[in-house]
Design a protein around this ligand. Structure first.
Ligand code: TYD
Ligand code: MG
Length: 458
């Protein structure tokens, strides 16, 4: 029997089956299977190359030179922070995000900055014409001739050009438009995206150049052609943000050379993306003073504390089943906290609609927000405003106890830096923060339970 050359791939999650299925058994998406040709593996090539480009040979750690572990600054501090201190040569960085979020803009700005550091940078676009890129570049500013542009979607041609010119950094915008001649499925399909990325990986590791890959995101929020891609690359960055807000967040979700969960904050302006070095100030701008249901909490994004306003609105429901809705925060957590307040403090919220919102459009489900959410809910319920100089953080347990959270000292420090006068925190972490409080003069209010916390504000 002749060997089958086609396989069915789920275009949503990359799952592979031998026959067509109506629904993907892994991601449960309907009608997502597409038949694709699979590339025949070229055994002659496979036999003698490693991804380092040399003949494969086991090496002891002590013999591996350390010379290429220094990092190249991208010239954009917020991006360096997410990358773990800068670019590592020979790495493959995937930048994912919704269309129009600013991926091309960010990478063009990176190219602009990098031309000061390295000799040549190559920007390859499969989506836009050279003129369109020029229009964008004109908005961003001055460019030197070290930046070369190329409109091309054939990766075999791209490989030839890269091997000939050996630029220090290459940008591929976007991986969904690229194709290898050997893989006969359409650009953007799972097998094509995978083969293309593997080819780029070989180029990056072999020549020691850094390659940025732009990837589009499916409606579920993963890079299209998806998990397969995340496994191959070294670093995965997601560019996210509210379409209606000007700020954008670059989040590291995988990093072989640094910690993940770091974020970089940018603002989209007329002249491209600007860094926001102090996100707390940015998030708190526009906070109403003296309004009930509003409280400032402190969350951690990676190693960075960010102050954020939590808003709550409770009012008598006009329906049989009250609505509970959280924007930015975790909805299940909201239900749980309301249950705790009803049971432990006897507050009758059962017939109230409750809305909680993290102002500014940030999304975060950290339990350290619990105390802030509880205070905002009670403040709205009792219609009593909370002191504008107060910041609160702490996890709330089911018995109504306020539990400790990590990095409390950094949170107190951030609150003091922004001029807040008091900080409500779990009593158990008081001892770690007293020194900081002494130095900055911020007043610490240690609480053991939600009852203690409520007693402070009403
Ligand atoms: P773009 O980088 O093209 O997004 P992506 O590559 O992720 O699809 O970003 C386009 C958006 O950014 C577009 O809506 C216009 C806006 N923009 C600005 O507001 N200011 C600028 O200086 C630039 C270049 C773009
Ligand atoms: Mg683009």
């Amino acid at each position: 029997m002749p060997k089958k050359e086609t396989t069915f791939f789920c275009q949503n999650c990359g799952n592979e089956t031998g026959k067509w299925l109506g629904q993907c058994p892994v991601c449960k998406e309907w009608n997502s299977f597409v038949e694709e040709r699979v590339a025949k593996t070229n055994t002659a090539v496979r036999g003698n190359t490693s991804i380092g480009g040399n003949v494969a040979r086991p090496t002891p750690l002590s013999e591996i030179p350390r010379d290429n572990d220094e990092r190249l600054s991208t010239g954009i501090g917020e991006l360096d922070r997410v990358l773990g201190g800068g670019l590592v040569t020979g790495s493959l960085v995937l930048v994912g995000g919704d269309p129009g979020i600013g991926k091309s803009t960010l990478l063009l700005q990176v190219c602009q900055k990098l031309t000061n550091e390295v000799k040549s940078v190559l920007y390859i676009s499969g989506e836009e014409s050279l003129r369109q890129i020029k229009i964008r570049a004109d908005r961003i500013g001055q460019f030197t001739d070290s930046l070369q542009l190329l409109c091309e979607t054939n990766l075999n041609t791209i490989e030839d050009i890269i091997r000939k010119t050996v630029p220090a950094v290459v940008v591929i915008d976007s991986i969904q438009t690229m194709y290898c001649e050997e893989t006969q499925s359409a650009p953007g399909s799972v097998s094509q995206v995978r083969e293309s990325t593997t080819l780029l990986l070989r180029i990056a590791k072999g020549l020691g150049i850094t390659i940025f890959i732009v990837g589009h995101v499916t409606k579920e929020g993963t890079v299209a052609g998806p998990r397969v891609l995340e496994h191959i690359v070294d670093t995965v960055l997601y560019f996210e943000g509210d379409r209606h807000a000007a700020y954008r967040i670059l989040r590291g979700v995988k990093n072989r050379f640094g910690s993940t969960n770091e974020i970089g904050v940018f603002e989209m302006q007329e002249m491209g993306l600007m860094e926001v070095p102090n996100p707390s100030e940015y998030m708190l701008s526009g906070k109403p003073s003296g309004a009930s249901g509003s409280v400032v909490a402190c969350l951690m994004e990676g190693s960075r504390p960010i102050l954020i306003e939590i808003q709550a609105l409770l009012y008598q429901s006009s329906f049989g089943i009250p609505r509970r809705q959280a924007t930015g925060a975790d909805s299940n957590r909201l239900n749980l906290l309301i249950a705790v307040l009803e049971k432990r403090l006897g507050l009758q919220m059962g017939s109230c609609d409750a809305y909680v919102n993290l102002a500014g459009g940030l999304k975060n489900a950290e339990p350290a927000l619990d105390l802030g959410i509880v205070l905002a809910i009670v403040s709205s319920f009792k219609n009593c405003p909370i002191d504008d100089g107060l910041v609160a953080f702490g996890e709330v347990g089911l018995s109504g106890e306020v539990r400790s959270v990590s990095m409390s000292m950094m949170r107190v420090k951030e609150a003091a830096k922004l001029g807040f006068t008091a900080c409500m925190l779990p009593e158990v972490v008081l001892k770690y923060c007293e020194e900081e409080a002494h130095r900055t003069g911020i007043r610490l209010i240690g609480v053991k339970s939600v009852a203690d916390a409520i007693a402070v504000i009403v």
